[in-house]
Design a protein around this ligand. Sequence first.
Ligand SMILES: O=C(CO)[C@H](O)[C@H](O)COP(=O)(O)O
Length: 429
Amino acid sequence: MATPTLQVALDLLELDRAVEIADEAVRGGADWIEVGTPLIKSEGMQAVRTLRERFPGHEIVADMKIADTGAVEVEMAAKSGAGVVCILADADDAVIVEAVRSARKYGVRLMADLINVADPVSRSRELAALGVDYINAHVGIDQQMIGRSSLDLLRRLAGEVGVPIAVAGGLDAETASEAVAAGASVVIVGGNIVKAADVTGAARRVREAIDRPEIRPREEESRDAAIRRLFEAVSAPNVTDAMHRKGSMAGVVSICGRVKAVGPAVTVRTLAGDWAKPVEAIDVAAPGDVLVVRNEGRTDVAPWGELATHSAKNRGVAGIVIDGAVRDVDDIREMKFPVFATATVPNAGDPKGLGEINTEIVCCGQEVRPGDWIVADESGVVVVPRERAYEVARRAMEVRKNEERIREEIRRGRTLSEVSELLKWEKRH
Ligand SMILES: O=C(CO)[C@H](O)[C@H](O)COP(=O)(O)O
């Protein structure tokens, strides 16, 4: 079998940055350069022309995701310099047939993208029979965020289709190896190369994985373990960015400075600083849970202090968030236990047993249900609805990766406004 091709997907909005990143990716061993759909939507065919001119020795792939007017869109991409043009596998056969005719006329190849196709094996066979040159086992970025896997899709197709198979969707060096072993002829990598601070290094690692695939058995990971791993690797700001700037509690700060708490919420409602329910909740919590206490926002009386912190720490509780005051701050700081509160005050309430454990509460402006995920660090506290926890954790990791490349470009001397083309992307009114 010929060495599989490494295609780098430039899923960016800015052409200048795309050219710079393509240059670095090529130095790391990328063969084909994909003008990603966002770049085409942002810059049009000029992006294809520019990349064609700048990289004369490399195949340019135009990810048009054609859904209609197959002939015209293939013609546009071909005349701009693309050698491979992408069409949606789900498009009507009438569109596919016209696209194939146009591709033959202009001497380019067609790649059909299986994103969201219900029966990928039979559709791939139909597409091959219609004259499509490559099938792309693609799981889109939004689908990846809810846990779909491009490798699973690729494995379903292996040996079933008579044309070369490309694979795309969240691949990195490790999964690129698996993709080659599963029969991929073209390995398409976007985010894990183009969002890296060191694009050349990231591309080189994928290149090496493709050239010398080394498959290590992957450890099974539960959903909850993956959620925790991802949330522990990102910041609270990354998480609220991933939630369209929602989820932040207002006015609550870390009492111990640089600490972090991640875990499902055990909720507590108490009244007037009554510390019975918050302390009983320590026994209800499992290791790794975060206690979230509503104390009516009162800052004049504390339902939490040093002894409770000591007990929570022993039990493996990951942290505590209170919409009110805590006390014994000096001792808590010595323990470096993640405590987040809106105030400090010396006096406690009495343990009368008012309130409830594990009911829905509102804490610092956010609704919190038992089991919702809490991510708290020095910037503050974010609540993630439990049913969206995996998706938000994946998206937060994408936010973090994206910032890595932006940080690198700022380090090289550009301003944040330049990197993000702020003026161009201001909302028009
Ligand atoms: O076509 C795409 C999204 O629709 C991407 O180019 C493709 O998914 C590869 O990027 P990534 O590796 O980040 O998933």
